[in-house]
Design a protein around this ligand. Structure first.
Ligand SMILES: [Cu+2]
Length: 279
């Protein structure tokens, strides 16, 4: 019987790794390489997500279970501002931006705009602290989703996620020269590294991926960015919201053959919108 024991141990280890990425059983190095995933559910007009998450590399998976596009913009609350302060201010959303600390919040990335039925996936290095999330899409009645209640807060603790930095196969640098791209998008799943080389205050860069079907134009996407009101003239499939200058965030999209565009929300009208063909 003793000879069977090592075999049983191997079997148990193999079972324990089921559901994760394929990796050699019992390899500690592989275990450390597991992504740390946090789900942000998006509906019309609310988020549901854990109230506390670990720090370090975090992969945010944001399914859109609503009927309108949604986005999850992360803002880091300034030192001393509590979650209660956030919700007190947002009890009267139209006047929340007049809170004395509002302008001291800093851009902290977020998941890109995503159409109903699709899921955005963005991985970021999260520092310990308190964060707010809000959606800037405008409903057909002209009211922003965050004013309708689409906002939430979460805390990043000092417990490390242990997840590795993602590996990318497409590189986008966002800065004074617009989008500088390395790597070609082909059909299939790609992870795009987004480096925020410069972030002009108040006019920060981000990238959203528009899927352009027959008859849908880049010009319509550029026009939409000036006022992102539903119904959108095309579907978006994710991206990376405005991260702090110098940071690199990662987003993952499964591309099908066809036309797409990288679009920067605040700079689309000044030329930061680039169509490309996936083939
Ligand atoms: Cu929304």
């Amino acid at each position: 019987m003793r000879r069977l024991l090592p075999l049983l141990l191997v079997t148990a280890t193999a079972c324990a790794s089921e559901g994760g990425e394929a990796r050699p059983a019992g390899s500690p190095a592989a275990e450390e390489g597991t992504p740390y995933v946090v789900e942000i559910r998006q509906v019309d007009y609310a988020y549901a997500m854990p109230s506390q998450i670990k720090s370090g590399w975090v992969t945010f998976i944001a399914p859109n279970e609503g009927t309108e596009h949604h986005v999850a913009v992360f803002l880091k609350l300034p030192e001393g501002v509590t979650r209660a302060d956030w919700y007190a201010a947002m009890a009267n959303p139209e006047e929340a931006p007049s809170a004395e600390w509002w302008g001291d919040m800093t851009d902290a990335g977020g998941t890109g705009v995503v159409a109903p039925g699709l899921t955005a996936e963005t991985t970021m290095y999260m520092e310990q602290g308190l964060y707010a999330v809000l959606c800037g899409v405008i409903a057909p009645d002209g009211t922003s989703h965050w004013v309708k209640g689409m906002h939430i807060t979460f805390e990043v603790t000092d417990e490390p996620s242990g997840a590795p930095e993602p590996t990318a196969d497409i590189y986008l640098t966002l800065g004074e020269n617009g989008f500088e791209q390395e790597g070609r998008v082909t059909p299939g799943t790609h992870t795009v590294a987004v480096h925020f080389a410069s972030q002009p205050p108040g006019r920060t860069h981000d990238v959203h991926v528009a899927r352009l079907e027959d008859g849908e134009t880049l010009d319509a996407a550029i026009e939409l960015m000036a006022r992102p009101i539903e119904p959108f003239p095309m579907n978006f499939v994710g991206g990376a919201e405005q991260g702090p200058e110098g940071r690199t965030d990662y987003f993952t999209v499964t591309f099908e053959p066809g036309r797409y565009a990288w679009v920067c929300h605040l700079h689309a009208s000044s030329g930061m919108a680039q169509e490309f063909v996936v083939e």
